[in-house]
Design a protein around this ligand. Structure first.
Ligand SMILES: C[S@@+](CC[C@H](N)C(=O)[O-])C[C@H]1O[C@@H](n2cnc3c(N)ncnc32)[C@H](O)[C@@H]1O
Length: 221
């Protein structure tokens, strides 16, 4: 594992927390570009989720998706490695149904199972070498009939940022730069990989900018 890079990635998001929403994709939701329209489709897909007993959100950030997910459950557990993100999320979402935990997902082991595990714009920060281990943990975090929902940018997205061997250099408003992981996974390759790892009923919706993937477990071990 490239531990220094993964630590730098956490440091980047800690430092970026306060400017995240002004510079991240959600701001596009108000516009009428093709990307904004796709963004709103993704939001509609989340709005269309049923009610769950419990939901686990990984890498919850400032709460862009937490506030939608909270409408679909009585118990939402939101994890992130950046205390600054968790603090903003708590303030933004301000919902007693949401419990927060500061967790490094590369060291995480699920202690509980959930009907839904959700993560947006996180998988692309998981290096290829960690992918199976991470997805196996996600699977272990699912109840027998649980569902995982993944939202991210696919390989070939029209919003591609220059990436060198799956590492991007990102700058903050104050000019500081950080290196982070960026893997644009191909949804069809994920389907195959996840099938091998014991996920089933895998449904994919792929646009020009984003994709979302929904899957269950192939058996209940
Ligand atoms: C691109 S943001 C996505 C945030 C949110 N899911 C959204 O869609 O707005 C990536 C998130 O991953 C978190 N993160 C980075 N490294 C992490 C790690 N090792 N474990 C847990 N969270 C991490 C960051 O703090 C940040 O909140």
């Amino acid at each position: 594992m490239n531990e220094p890079l993964l630590q730098e990635q956490i440091a980047y998001y800690r430092a970026r927390a306060n400017e995240y929403e002004e510079t991240a994709l959600p701001t596009l939701g108000a516009g009428d570009s093709p990307m904004a329209r796709e963004w709103r489709e993704a939001e509609r897909a989340v709005h269309a989720l049923p009610q769950y007993t419990d939901i686990l959100e990984l890498a919850c950030g400032t709460g862009v998706w937490t506030r939608l997910l909270a409408q679909h459950t009585e118990h939402l557990t939101a994890l992130d490695a950046a205390p600054e993100m968790l603090q903003l999320n708590r303030a933004n979402v301000n919902d007693a149904r949401v419990k927060y935990e500061c967790v490094n997902l590369f060291e995480w082991e699920p202690m509980q199972q959930y009907e839904m595990v959700f993560f947006a714009f996180w998988l692309s920060h998981v290096p290829q070498a960690q992918l199976d281990l991470f997805l196996q943990r996600v699977r272990r975090a699912l109840k027998p009939n649980g569902t995982v929902f993944i939202l991210d940018e696919p390989r070939g997205t029209k919003n591609v940022i220059p990436t060198n061997e799956n590492v991007q250099t990102r700058a903050l408003n104050d000019g500081r730069t950080f290196k982070i992981v960026k893997e644009y996974y191909a949804p069809e390759e994920l389907r195959e990989r996840m099938g091998q790892l014991g996920f089933a009923s895998i449904e994919i919706s792929r646009g020009d900018y984003f994709f979302w993937l929904r899957a269950g477990k192939s058996n209940n071990d």
